[in-house]
Write a protein that binds this ligand. Structure first.
Ligand SMILES: [Zn+2]
Ligand SMILES: [Zn+2]
Length: 338
């Protein structure tokens, strides 16, 4: 079986991987598509602080069941990957907070993920995907699961003004969902990459720049660098809330602690999520977000290896999400004719 493998910093290639055995309670899935995101880019640059090499990336995964030893799934079923692995027995797990598990792991980060032709996992790591939805949409379910985890941190009351820093794929999805629930919300957006910023403005965000003085109630920072955290600290108003989901590099510290203290700011970090995918399928079915809004590049495994090796995600003309479309096998074609 062909798969993408990261062997070290900036070392990535397409390799032959052995087929995996299937055991009781497990499900074999032919992978249809895999999304790439900032986590994969940090993984290949070695800045995630969790380098377990070699590893097959891919935590945003959609595919179809080709073999099932579980009563929950049947051959042909479309499924998405739940990449969160939790122990089930630590204090956090017992309290129903697997995202804070003491032994938490993410498939595609610390163990082999979905950027390969097929994958065998226990049935608990697969989530049924509605048959009526396009298979490719499923690739957005994991990032939308991130969105459904971040947005409730704002609270149920509509803020009067919100700033979204970072208009990559996740930033754009956040804008779409915010606009859906709060159509008249005053949203400001900022990105250093013009193409991304234009997309964000088209969704209904207003341009923000670091000289703007209007205080923000909520700042959502999808970048997590020193400069974005400084922007968040200076733009947030008294008693405001900063939500950080961008991955800070190892050793990064939160700047402007004095300013944050004077403004009495609340700061939240959003890293992982629960096992429950509540809204992604619903949002996609109702066109709150569509793959046309978000997916910019469709790559083969070989093209993805080159994309990652050459760091093309850093190109100033890029926007949106790159996905890897894995060659379809006969059972997938059969499933689609149903
Ligand atoms: Zn991701
Ligand atoms: Zn646990």
């Amino acid at each position: 079986m062909k798969g993408l493998q990261i062997q070290g910093v900036n070392q990535v290639s397409v390799v032959d991987l052995p087929a995996e055995p299937i055991g009781e309670g497990m499900v074999r899935v032919a992978i249809h598509a895999v999304g790439l995101c900032g986590t994969d880019f940090a993984l290949i640059e070695g800045t995630l602080g969790l380098n377990v090499w070699p590893v097959v990336p891919g935590h945003e995964v959609i595919g179809r069941v080709t073999e099932s030893r579980s009563s929950r799934f049947h051959v042909g079923d479309p499924v998405i990957l739940d990449p969160l692995v939790s122990c089930g027995t630590c204090n956090a797990c017992r309290l129903g907070r697997p995202q804070w598990c003491e032994h938490v792991g993410v498939i595609g980060v610390v163990r082999d993920g979905g950027a390969r032709e097929e994958m065998v996992l226990p049935d608990s790591q697969w989530v049924p995907w509605p048959k009526k939805l396009p298979l490719e949409d499923g690739v957005l379910s994991e990032p939308l699961h991130v969105v459904e985890t971040i947005l409730p941190l704002i609270g149920s009351e509509q803020p009067s003004r919100i700033l979204v820093i970072g208009n990559g794929a996740l930033g754009l999805m956040i804008l779409h969902v915010l606009k859906h629930y709060w159509p008249d919300l005053d949203i400001r957006t900022y990105d250093v990459i013009a193409e991304r910023w234009h997309r964000a403005l088209r969704i209904g965000g207003k341009p923000w720049n670091p000289n703007d003085k209007e205080p923000m109630n909520v700042v959502i920072d999808g970048v997590g660098t020193n400069s974005s955290l400084k922007m968040a600290a200076s733009s947030v108003g008294n008693g405001g809330h900063i939500i950080v989901y961008g991955v800070p590099k190892p050793g990064n510290v939160v700047p402007n602690a004095d300013l944050l203290f004077r403004k009495n700011v609340r700061m939240s970090f959003s890293r992982l999520y629960t096992h429950e995918f509540r809204y992604p399928a619903q949002w996609l079915a109702n066109d709150v977000v569509t793959s046309t809004d978000i997916v910019s590049d469709r790559l083969s495994l070989d093209e993805a290896a080159a994309f990652l090796r050459e760091k093309r995600w850093k190109s100033p003309s890029r926007w949106g999400k790159a996905i890897i479309t894995i060659a379809r096998n006969p059972i997938q074609d059969e499933g689609e004719q149903q």
